[in-house]
Design a protein around this ligand. Structure first.
Ligand SMILES: C[S@@+](CC[C@H](N)C(=O)[O-])C[C@H]1O[C@@H](n2cnc3c(N)ncnc32)[C@H](O)[C@@H]1O
Length: 243
């Protein structure tokens, strides 16, 4: 596990995504109260990634329905950030979150009721096998350093999920939309290449997830995103696995 952890710690010409996410959380810490819009911004859903609060709430319903959440379920969000999405899910199940940004976890602790929060890397989940009825990860996979890391994360998620459990990975940037996304960011002066030289998002083909389903025997369903008022809507996709 040591080597896998080291991958995402590596500096790529300066900052790592981990350092950037830690910094983002710190800038929000002066606040004593957080409304949903602020939490969404802390979690990166601002600027080109913004969407109306109502769309965020609808997305919460889509995630809860796909995960078939029930009250007695334990549900884990991998890369929960400041808890903007866990806030939509709590009340339906007992919620747990993992993230590598301590400042964002601190915010999540303040806004969620009785959450189980842990700091750590997605590739090494500090939970026993079969702990969760459902696991999801919203808008996280593009921060992973490479496909092998992402594959290891999915295997970890499968391990901590119960048999017949549901796994939902959402907001995955489609590799076929890479040029369109990057040129739009460039036009708006939001290119990561200018801001953080060398740091990139990881884009995925559907086949990456289909291959994992084939190798692990999991059922898979891939759906396009359809979120009102979200620029990325049809440029990203969702993957639902059933163990
Ligand atoms: C765009 S935010 C999404 C936050 C949350 N999922 C939501 O929907 O509001 C991405 C989050 O993933 C976390 N993250 C990225 N890579 C990670 C990794 N390898 N391990 C743990 N957390 C990670 C970041 O710290 C950040 O909080």
């Amino acid at each position: 596990m040591k080597n896998k952890k080291a991958i995402s710690m590596n500096k790529i010409d300066g900052k790592t995504w981990q350092e950037i996410w830690k910094g983002k959380g710190e800038s929000g810490l002066e606040r004593s109260r957080y409304d949903l819009k602020t939490l969404m911004a802390l979690d990166g859903f601002d600027k080109l990634g913004s969407m109306p609060v109502e769309s965020w709430k609808s997305l919460g319903k889509v995630i809860a329905e796909a995960l078939e959440l029930r009250n007695d379920d334990f549900v884990l969000e991998v890369g929960c950030g400041a808890g903007a999405m866990l806030l939509m899910i709590q009340g339906r199940s007992r919620v747990f979150g993992l993230d590598y940004s301590l400042p964002l976890l601190k915010v999540a602790k303040e806004v969620l009721a009785n959450p189980g929060l842990v700091s750590g890397e997605a590739v090494c989940l500090p939970f026993k096998s079969g702990t969760f009825s459902a696991v999801f990860s919203n808008s996280v996979f593009h921060y992973f350093p490479d496909y092998e890391y992402a594959r290891q994360v999915i295997l970890e998620v499968i391990r901590v999920t119960k048999d017949n459990g549901r796994i939902f990975i959402t907001d995955i940037p489609d590799i076929s939309a890479k040029k369109r996304i990057e040129s739009r960011r460039q036009e708006l002066g939001l290119s990561y290449n200018n801001k953080y030289p060398g740091l990139q998002h990881l884009y995925y083909p559907h086949s990456f997830f289909k291959r994992i389903a084939l190798n692990t025997g999991l059922k898979i369903r891939i759906t396009e995103q359809d979120i009102k008022g979200y620029w990325y809507s049809n440029l990203k996709f969702n993957v639902l696995f059933r163990k």
